[in-house]
Design a protein around this ligand. Structure first.
Ligand code: SF4
Length: 386
């Protein structure tokens, strides 16, 4: 078969847990775009897409999915996207990356769809409802639809409007909360206050949506880390979102915060300081039933995850496990974690071969360039994930 040479628009990012979702772009870029730490849409202008444009993209994605099903039938697999069909699609250069993405989505049967870009509740309620209804009609296999939005935008929608959007199929909103500490929200130009974060979260919950709040360890730097940890936890205690997701700060040269880093007015937390910040944050989470995840590669401790309140002690134990390591083992763990070799501090004991290799590497860099050279090496590895 000759695949149709069509494509639909997609944006630059999605949350880590939406890796298996169908990605469709319904607005372009970020309407705010001022956050000092955020590199994603800098230099790109926000624009709404028309309902007709989005519908045309949904139809294109559907046509691609139907092509995959037709190919499966031709190959004798009755329309099912199985391993053989995936192999046929991935080894045939006439298929585009989008064909492959859709084939993988059908194969994995996640039934999940993520709507890109940064703030989709900014769409007029009627338009968003129309898009959602069309999407679920054209793709009946979609079982969960999620998107990003800003708290400030949510506060401008009524609960009734949010309920209509929920009824039309939008299940979950990912919010970049980052911090609950007002002076820090102001410093990083987030354009929202802690109270507005709370109001937005509570509105979404009242409308029956799932709420996923992103927190940014390290954002307070060495000056505000404690207030950042404590006030963020307190704001989350008032919301009780379904999910709290950790995504640690990194500062690439292309973000405005880099200037403050250079002139010394912002000092990054070290990994050891970050561990203490996370301990204080988790310790301050009280009276909520959220699920905490640390599923971003930039996080130091991936195992700080679990359901509150029952897993709180386990999460604190993960931090204590790191803090209880010797200076040498913390350095080796950080090198292994940042290089993708370790996922847990227990790997230090369980994977002795990797431990020995990393120790030899760290010793070598230390001998040639001293402690600063090792820190540079580790930082360079983390920055590859930005
Ligand atoms: S609102 Fe989100 S996408 Fe927009 S600049 Fe801030 S962090 Fe980036």
């Amino acid at each position: 078969m000759q695949p149709e040479n069509k494509s639909f628009e997609q944006g630059p990012i999605r949350p880590p847990n939406e890796a298996g979702s169908l990605l469709l772009r319904i607005t372009r870029n970020c309407p705010w775009n001022h956050c000092l730490f955020c590199p994603v849409y800098k230099g790109s202008k926000f624009s709404l897409r028309t309902v007709d444009e989005i519908k045309a993209d949904i139809l294109t994605a559907r046509a691609m999915a139907d092509e995959m099903t037709a190919l499966s039938e031709t190959l004798g697999f009755g329309g099912s996207i199985n391993h053989d069909v995936i192999n046929a699609i991935f080894s045939d250069r006439r298929f585009t990356d989008q064909h492959r993405q859709i084939a993988a989505w059908l194969y994995n049967r996640t039934g999940a769809c993520f709507l890109q870009d940064a703030d989709n509740l900014i769409m007029k309620t009627n338009d968003l409802v129309e898009v959602l209804e069309f999407l679920t009609e054209i793709f009946p296999e979609i079982k969960r639809i999620t998107t990003y939005s800003r708290s400030k935008t949510v506060t401008k929608k009524s609960v009734e409007a949010l309920k209509r959007i929920r009824a039309a199929g939008l299940d979950r909103i990912h919010i970049g909360l980052e911090t609950g500490y007002d002076p820090l929200l102001k410093l990083v130009k987030k354009g929202v206050t802690g109270d507005q974060h709370v109001a937005a979260g509570q509105k979404l919950l009242a409308a029956g949506m799932e709420v996923s709040e992103y927190v940014m360890p390290g954002l307070g730097g060495q000056e505000m880390w404690k207030a950042h940890a404590v006030e963020t936890a307190r704001i989350l205690n008032r919301i009780n979102p379904h999910f709290i997701r950790l995504r640690s700060l990194r500062v690439p040269p292309r973000v405005p915060l880099y200037e403050k880093l250079r002139d010394g007015t912002f000092i990054m937390q070290t990994d050891d300081q970050l561990a203490e910040e996370i301990r204080v944050f988790i310790e301050t989470l009280e009276g909520i039933t959220s699920t905490v995840t640390s599923d971003h590669m930039m996080n130091l401790l991936e195992e700080v995850s679990g359901k509150l309140p029952e897993d709180k002690a386990k999460m604190l134990q993960v931090v204590a496990g790191y803090q209880g390591l010797s200076d040498t083992d913390r350095l080796i763990y950080r090198t292994g974690r940042r290089g993708g070799a370790f996922r847990s501090t227990t790997d230090l004991k369980n994977d002795r071969a990797t431990y020995r290799k990393l120790k030899a590497l760290v010793d070598d860099i230390m001998a040639k360039s001293g402690p600063e050279g090792v820190e540079r090496f580790i930082n360079d590895m983390v920055d590859q994930y930005i």
